[in-house]
Design a binder for this molecule. Structure first.
Ligand SMILES: [Zn+2]
Length: 104
């Protein structure tokens, strides 16, 4: 996970220093991999699943699913949202260009 620079906040710098001290072998310079794996395969494979775009235009899976929060009691669960990345802006532009090429 890359730690993004946000202004000159002293507390943030202190937090970054603490994280680097706590995890000396972790490489904070590499960005986190994109979260592309759906959390609920059955729910996410439904044809009418919810999807949403972020402000940049990336497409995400917005499917809700039930997840147990207590391993000893399967009746204790709560709703979670998948939030897996389906397509980036670049991938969407590429697929739209391919569609336009096919239909024109
Ligand atoms: Zn999903």
């Amino acid at each position: 996970m890359a730690l993004e620079h946000i202004g000159d906040n002293q507390k943030l710098k202190l937090l970054i220093k603490k994280l680097e001290e706590k995890y000396p072998h972790y490489d904070f310079s590499t960005p986190a991999p994109l979260d592309r794996i759906c959390k609920a395969k059955h729910e996410c494979n439904k044809p009418d699943k919810l999807m949403y775009y972020d402000v940049k235009g990336n497409l995400y899976c917005g499917q809700k699913f039930q997840q147990t929060i207590d391993e000893t009691n399967i009746n204790r669960w709560e709703w979670r949202t998948c939030n897996a990345l389906v397509k980036t802006v670049e991938e969407l532009k590429l697929s739209r260009a391919k569609q336009n090429k096919f239909f024109n």
